[in-house]
Write a new protein. Sequence first.
Length: 631
Amino acid sequence: MRGAVFGIKRIYLLPVLILMLGLMLTGCGSQGQSGGFIKKEGVSSIIGVSQANMREEWRVALINELRQEIDASEDIQIITSDATGSAKKQIQDIDNLIGYGIDLLIISPCDEKELADKIKEVYDSGIPVIVMDRAVEGFDYTLYIGPDNEVIGQQAGNYVGGLLSDGGKVVELLGRPSSIQGSERLSGFRKALDGFDNIEVQKLYLDSESKDAAYDIMVSARKFIEEADVIFAYSDSMALGVCDAVREMGLEEKVKIVDCDGFKGADEGIDLVKQGRLAATVSCPIGGKEAFDYAVSILGNESGVPKQVILRSSLITLDNLEESIARMNQPVYDDGRTIRVGYSQVGKESNWRLANTKSIEDAAKKFNIDLHMEIADQSQQKQFEAIRQFIDEKVDVIVVSPVVETGWDEVLREAKSAGIPVIMSDRNVSLENSEENLTTTYLGADFMEEGRRAMRWIRDNVPAEGGKKKILEIMGNEGASPTEERGRGFREILSENPGYGIAYSEHGDFTFDGGRQVIRDYLAENEWDIDIIFSHNDDMALGAIKELKEHGIYPDTDVRIVSVDATKDAFEAMVKKELSCAVECNPVIGDQLMKAIRDLCGGKQMPFRIITDEKIYDQSVAEELIRKRIY
Ligand code: GYE
């Protein structure tokens, strides 16, 4: 037929070609490369997934985990892109994905630094962004899901330290430069080894964090390898290069190899342990299922989506290999039964605490949880008694908001031997030996970041002119994780700003009266010469404001006051131009906590930490936002 191609009139050729192309794209893996993308019928949301490369097994595994979840869902479509290891291409991929009208972006950046601005741009444009595996600097994303690489390094270091209890030589491989992931793992590894004596560490620098570079350095540094007892490589690909070289050099019997990643797949960490070529690997879940679950919550505008989910990593050796693999493949199933929970709450010391208790009680009703809450009036002894009571009552799960960080090992061991998992809520504990896994997960805030935010606001809003600015710090109760970490985060930024200095610091125990007393104590010894007050919570700040005014010292004019929590009362004080700024610490974590409890009882491997999403507010937004404050 003239003017026809394959018997099709020319006039119809273009639409037919586009249709064919679209059909091809929806079917295959990396879509949208060539500009055509067709939204399937009945799909409500499109998730764009930008992967750094599809060369590494675990990155392919992540896409497959996501696909599995999405294929099972009716109304979500996925479109993926492969940046082939190039940050430049990944930025282009993101623009393409946005061009296809995605509703949410999941990205595993191939370079944390180079992609940070692009991720912020997408997030600021209102498209939710889930960052996987490699955390970018700052908090300009919706959710981060990934491992704690410092902890992964520590787990490997503790194992090597145990291996070389009589001392020995460790060869450590590191990229020049190391990725953020690599340097965090090395810092954790070294910190752990510092705890052991007579261990000598020899560093070997690689041109790239790859299998081949690792192999080459082994061969060229044979002398060091022959003297080494252990070789540490912080990724599966580097470790495979080491294993191959050591085998060729006939040194397999002499030297032990330890790595991090522990990915599934042939010649990846777990397989190399199985083959007996690795003495140990530190494995970490991929996070695809978590990413999908949270993507659905975000697209559904559900409340309680955290800011960070730090996945649990675990050390795998031949001894616990089968058990570890069984745990990884354990199906998660919630049978809907009533779950009995014992909750040891700190007390009633602040408005934050009252809002926190209410959110937990309300959520328990929603999630079919039979909640037995014991209020401890800020007494650790009372919390010990409550936990032992819960053990006697044989509850399913114990939740503790610990009044202080230390001293919990004994009572937590009792709960563990009673077979009752323990969740830390709101505040965390520091234990003698983290390898004992006495707690299942921590759900709460990043208190360090809250302290940093407070000092950054002071740096940016109270210029250090006319001499050093004097800060009075009102601390929470001694030994509590929010007190210790807010103080540390604040001092981290303070140390970079010599125009400011802490002139006085005292505990106010997170109470209104405690805040008043700190001001009274200061004025008893000193003339008022303070420029800034940093209060670890609103209640103490409001107590301080009352006391100051009774001494004719006017908040905001005579002294700027910054607090943490951002309760409604704090907003009222900002509207009244008395409080200058409030860093948010979100007490409404009931839903997230109850969801975590049901996941745990359903057999899910719980992450190390679930960090809540928080912001910072000052007088410039208080009036506008006060009506929206729910606590
Ligand atoms: O900031 C304070 C409460 O543990 C995060 O405790 C909580 C703190 C909160 O007394 O108001």
